[in-house]
Ligand binder design. Sequence first.
Ligand code: AMP
Length: 375
Amino acid sequence: MEDGNDELLTQGGFERVTDYDLVIDQCLKELMDVGHLDSVESLDAIGFKTVLGKDLTGCVEADEKVIEALEGFEAVAPAHNPVYANGIRKFREKIPSVTSVALFETAFYQWKPEVAQRYAIPKKWHDAGVQRWGFHGASHKFIAERSAELLGRDDVAENARQLYVKGPSKIEGKPLRVISCHLGGSSSVTAIRNGVAIGCSMGFSPQSGLPQNNRVGDLDSMAIPYIAKTLDISLVEAERQLTKESGLLGVSGISNDVRDLEEAMEEGNTDAKFAFDLLVHDIRHWIGAYAFELGGVDALVFTAGIGENGQMLRAQVCEGLEEFGLVLDKGVNDKTRGKEVKISAEDSKVAIYVIPANEELVIAKEVYRFMKNRG
Ligand code: AMP
């Protein structure tokens, strides 16, 4: 990677990992086999999309401090933090000469207003870290950059690109207001003004906001002590049900995957339809809130698995919003899957886009900048 010259050389993935040593060895071997690496030591850096760190955010060297910060919030992001801490540790053990860099998902939200950061809780809770952090930062940052490019706002795109290096710059003229919907296995809506996030539907943990695949989304805090008593279950069991048996899976009773819900809906399954409707309802709720907070919307963007492929969901999210300037081109929307396309009608005041997620590019660019800046 060079300035202004980034090219994707290869990509791949591993699923259902149980042995990290094996996977790391395999991954490095594959990179050497296809000729992208002469030796493991010839790597300059490795980037990690870390989720939530206690008392730590931004783009930083993934050293013991990062591992400690991830472990400090292990209970808040149990599906993510232990995996990243483990992965970073293994890479550092295996190839200590190669720098590991962590870009926290919370980094994109460092500049949001204080009122969007604070819950109405005692100060000592806040100081202990119970705050609205915001997640999917790499994905939403890519949308901030790409949507500004598509709308011809190079000033805003540059502001978004340089965010972690320079912080936000002053933008002259009309602000660019974008609502980014990352809808996938895990989903969030983020409001972006001039390339800078001002709020996210996910708060303290990736468990909040929209209904997730099998995780609950927003829930009144009183529900937990109430249900523990009423169903005579422990807090641990309540947490398990909220993180494993809730969300789309819990409501539909069928699946955590929108493809399965759509299939079941076609066969007349009303629970599947209800889960789907609930997701649509909550996405619209957040879009509405952020349209007000931003003082209007210039672009609405759909990204990630459901956002890129879910034609029916996109159509329902945009239904009846003509008065607010959002008019979908139904024909284009129906044909659009997994590629970058403007799906709004000619007469839509708000541009509506499908933009494929590209978190890896954001991580790669930030790692490159990190390495360059430290010389
Ligand atoms: P992601 O986390 O971005 O990989 O998104 C994965 C999710 O996207 C899956 O769990 C599905 O709910 C959804 N998805 C993937 N493909 C489709 C599709 N063709 N139509 C609707 N939803 C889809």
